[in-house]
Design a binder for this molecule. Structure first.
Ligand code: PDD
Length: 285
C-alpha cells in the first residue's frame, strides 16, 4: 500500500517518522476519516472544514491548501485497489526535543495520509443491529476536537469489545448522553428522532449532520436537545452513526433489549434515505 508522508508517496513499509514526533510523544495532533465511494470523497468540504476547526483548536496551521489536499487524496484514491475506501489523514506538531510547550520556533508538522478499503456493515449486521454497553464519559472537555490522543476512547471502546458488543454509549456526569466511543448516538422516542446538541462534549459528526439533513428534508420529526440517561434506557430505538459505519441500529444495551430488540422503523427509513442520499451525491457532477 502506498501512503503519503511529508510530501512523499511511499510504500507503507518504508514510511518513517522520528521517535521525537510530538504525535508519538504527546498525542499532539489531529486527524480525519473521510469515506470514499466510487473513488469520490464523500462530504469532502465538511471534513476539511472540521479538520480546520480541529487545527484551530490545537493552534496548528493548516499545512496544505484545498488544492494540495485534493491532489494528495486524488493520488491515493487512484492507487487504491478498492472503489470504496476511506482516507485517514493525520497531522502532528512535528518532531522536536521533548517539551510540552510548542516548539519555538515552530517545526514542520508531520502529515500522513492513507487510503484503506472501506468495509461497510454486513447485511447480517444491518438486519440484526448491534449490541452496546454504557459507560461514564470520563474524557476531557474538548471532545469537539478530533484529536489523535484517543486513549480514553480506546479504553471505553474496549469495554464494548470485552462484552462482545460493537460500541460504548457514553453518559456524562451520570446524567446525559454525549456520544459513542467512536460514533454519534441518536435516540428515537414515539416517532421522534432525538440528537444531542453539538457542544464541547462531543465530536460534531459529519454523518450526524447528514442524518439531521435527511430528517429535515423528509419531514421526519426530530429534535436537537440534551438527552437524559433515562431517555437512553427508555428509547424505542437507538442509532449510531459514523463515517465508516454510516447508520446502524443498537438493539441491545447493557444486555437489555432496546424496544423489541430489532432494528426499528426509524432505522430502516433513515438507512434507505442515507443510501439514496449517497447515490445522489456521488452521481452529482
Ligand atoms: N470516528 N464521535 C467520535 C468520538 C468519533 O470518533 C467519530 C468517528 C464520530 C462520528 O463522526 P463522523 O460521522 O464524522 O465519522 C463521533 C472515526 C470514524 C474514527 O475515529 O475512526
Amino acid at each position: 500500500m502506498t501512503i503519503y508522508l511529508n510530501g512523499l508517496y511511499l510504500p507503507v513499509e518504508e514510511a518513517r517518522i522520528s521517535v521525537l514526533d510530538r504525535g508519538f510523544i504527546f498525542g499532539d495532533g489531529v486527524y480525519e476519516v473521510i469515506p470514499v465511494y466510487s473513488r469520490r470523497a464523500f462530504r469532502l468540504s465538511a471534513h476539511l472544514q472540521r479538520l480546520q476547526r480541529s487545527l484551530d483548536g490545537i493552534r496548528l496551521a493548516n499545512p496544505h491548501s484545498l488544492a494540495q489536499w485534493t491532489s494528495i487524496f486524488d493520488e491515493l484514491i487512484a492507487q487504491s485497489e478498492s472503489d470504496d475506501s476511506y482516507l485517514y489523514l493525520h497531522i502532528t506538531r512535528g518532531a522536536a526535543p521533548r517539551d510540552q510547550a510548542f516548539p519555538n520556533p515552530p517545526v514542520a508538522p508531520t502529515v500522513f495520509v492513507m487510503c484503506n478499503p472501506l468495509s461497510r456493515p454486513s447485511a447480517a449486521l444491518l438486519a440484526s443491529g448491534v449490541c452496546a454497553v454504557t459507560a461514564q464519559d470520563n474524557r476531557w472537555l474538548r471532545c469537539d476536537i478530533k484529536a489523535i490522543s484517543l486513549l480514553p476512547n480506546v479504553l471505553l471502546r474496549q469495554l464494548a469489545v470485552d462484552a462482545g458488543c460493537a460500541e460504548t454509549v457514553l453518559i456524562r456526569d451520570d446524567s446525559f448522553l454525549t456520544e459513542g466511543s467512536a460514533s454519534n448516538i441518536f435516540v428515537v422516542k414515539n416517532g421522534t428522532l432525538l440528537a444531542p446538541p453539538k457542544d464541547n462534549l462531543m465530536l460534531p459528526g459529519i454523518t450526524y449532520d447528514v442524518i439531521l439533513e435527511i430528517a429535515a428534508a423528509n419531514s421526519i420529526p426530530h429534535e436537537v436537545r440534551k438527552i437524559s440517561k433515562t431517555e437512553v434506557f427508555d428509547a424505542d430505538e437507538l442509532l449510531l452513526t459514523s463515517s465508516p459505519k454510516e447508520v446502524l441500529a443498537i438493539t441491545r444495551l447493557d444486555g437489555q433489549p432496546v424496544g423489541n430488540a430489532e432494528p426499528g422503523p426509524m432505522f430502516k427509513r433513515l438507512y434507505t434515505l442515507y443510501q439514496e442520499f449517497k447515490r445522489d451525491v456521488m452521481r452529482a457532477p
